[in-house]
Design a protein around this ligand. Sequence first.
Ligand code: ZN
Length: 98
Amino acid sequence: MLRIDCPYCGCRDYTEFTYGGAAEREFPDLGNTDIEAWVDFVFIRDNPKGEHAEYWQHQNGCRQWLRVVRDTVAHEVRSVTPARAGSSVGEVAGVKTA
Ligand SMILES: [Zn+2]
């Protein structure tokens, strides 16, 4: 069973968390009108083998967003850090801010 060690609440079952997507995807430019770029960003997902950085929200706990590095082969969590650590909110969401 997958458990995520929330930095605020401690180690909890993954069912308390909501997956928020890949943490290293590039958000399209907001002025980009190319529908294919948005379709790719919204609907197309990679299926990486090995370590993968992801966003998870502790939905049934502190509600904080976390950056989780998970090994998709071993199905183990390698690290958990607050998503905002060292970043602005825009950078967390993948949006480039001026
Ligand atoms: Zn928490």
